[in-house]
Design a protein around this ligand. Structure first.
Ligand code: MG
Length: 406
């Protein structure tokens, strides 16, 4: 009797305890490729984050099994940029994405993982959790360069600064990797609303304890994030590779929650083909989800006043972080690079970036030595230069032209 490899999964998203909107989106195998799962975490005001993350998920939904992650994610990136151009309230919107799909042979099933930004994939194997993705974030760069440890990064005030996103530039660099998987492996996809709030040790513990019941595992992970503060939208997708010795004679236990996908990975008991992988999918229970949402609403109202103040502070903090992130040099996130001028040894220097150093990383570089002397600068420009006022590239060009003329 052939061993059957099949896939079980569960996914859940929660707005959290602070945010009004849920800007995360998820895909649970309901697209053209039933083995494809994804989490996207949107960014941008006026509900634009929701728009960006749902565009990413829509595009992945339409992705065929033969299509590459890279081309699908480039397409999502283009559509987000186009949607942002059409509506000025959506300018600067973007999204992270982490996606996985299963392929390979019965003898050697594989998971392919693609990601952009700081949404993560983890593998739980033999009770050990290990990351499958490396965040595209400032702190991850600092960890790579040896300036921070992983633990320090987890506590870092700038940990939410991402250095890659869909919707930022015309082309997006996608990290893609393939991993052999086997029965007993569980892959977790999550937004930073989980990974920021719950330690990897805790995630490992919960996943290990509830590995037989993915719905329980997913719900426990979300609860842990909420209990830790729930300051962000939290999304969790878990998929486990299972094995059973023969095709099940009985219908699956939760028939209404379970789908079999014959054409892609035919089950031995359907269609009679010799291929013997099966994908089954447990979807969210809408009633439970509704109950959870109304419970979350009740809790939110109770904390409304306190949270209102915290939220205002948080929004201010996040806005500041986003600005810093946007201006990071050499890493740019949203749109335009920024410039400022300084005096060095009596000469005007043009800098690209921000006049700050964050966590030991200089956020600027010299863009041009103008040859213009400090003594030539009079009036308001002198003050602006001393205060490192920020300009666009065009403004800098105009200022230098003015100064050269005078
Ligand atoms: Mg988030």
């Amino acid at each position: 009797m052939l061993d059957m490899i099949f896939l079980e999964h569960f996914g859940i998203t929660d707005a959290g305890k602070v945010r009004q909107n849920n800007e995360d989106s998820l895909l649970l195998g309901e697209g053209r490729d039933p083995t494809l799962f994804a989490v996207a975490d949107g960014i941008g005001g006026f509900e634009a984050g929701e728009v960006a993350s749902s565009i990413a998920i829509e595009v992945l939904k339409g992705m065929g099994p033969d299509e590459s992650f890279d081309s699908a994610i480039q397409e999502a990136n283009r559509r987000i940029l186009a949607a942002a151009r059409e509506d000025e309230r959506r300018q600067g919107m973007g999204t992270t994405v982490v996606a996985m799909r299963f392929s390979g042979s019965q003898e050697q099933p594989e998971a392919e993982i693609a990601h952009v930004g700081d949404s993560r994939a983890y593998l739980l194997r033999d009770g050990n959790l290990r990351p499958l993705t490396e965040d595209h974030s400032l702190v991850a760069e600092l960890v790579k360069s040896g300036d921070l440890t992983r633990d320090e990064a987890a506590e870092h005030p700038q940990k939410n600064l991402i250095t890659r996103a869909l919707g930022a530039e015309e082309e997006v660099e996608v990290d893609i990797s393939t991993l052999p998987v086997g029965a007993g492996d569980t892959i977790l996809l999550c937004s930073d609303g989980l990974s920021d709030m719950v330690s990897e040790e805790e995630i490992q513990r919960i996943l290990t304890e509830s590995s037989d019941d993915l719905e329980k595992a997913g719900r426990r992970l979300v609860s842990a994030a909420l209990e830790a503060g729930g300051t962000d939208n939290v999304t969790v997708v878990v998929a486990s590779v299972r094995e059973q010795e023969e095709a099940p004679a009985d219908p699956p236990r939760r028939a209404e929650d379970t789908t079999e996908f014959g054409p892609i990975v035919p089950a031995a008991d359907h269609g009679g083909r010799s291929s013997n992988r099966k994908v089954s999918t447990a979807t969210r229970d809408p009633q439970k989800a509704r109950r959870a949402r109304s419970e979350a609403r009740r809790r939110r109202r109770k904390r409304a006043r306190r949270v209102g103040q915290a939220l205002a502070a948080l929004v201010r903090g996040l806005a500041a972080l986003v600005v810093v992130a946007a201006l990071l040099s050499p890493i740019y996130i949203w749109g335009n690079s920024r410039y400022y001028l300084s005096f060095q040894n009596g000469e005007i220097i043009v800098h690209q970036g921000l006049p700050y150093t964050v966590g030991g990383v200089k956020l600027n570089k010299v863009s041009e030595r103008t040859g213009l002397k400090k003594s030539q600068v009079k009036g308001p420009y002198r003050n602006q230069i001393q205060k490192h006022r920020l300009y666009t590239k065009d403004e800098v060009t105009k200022i230098l032209r003015d100064l050269r003329r005078s």
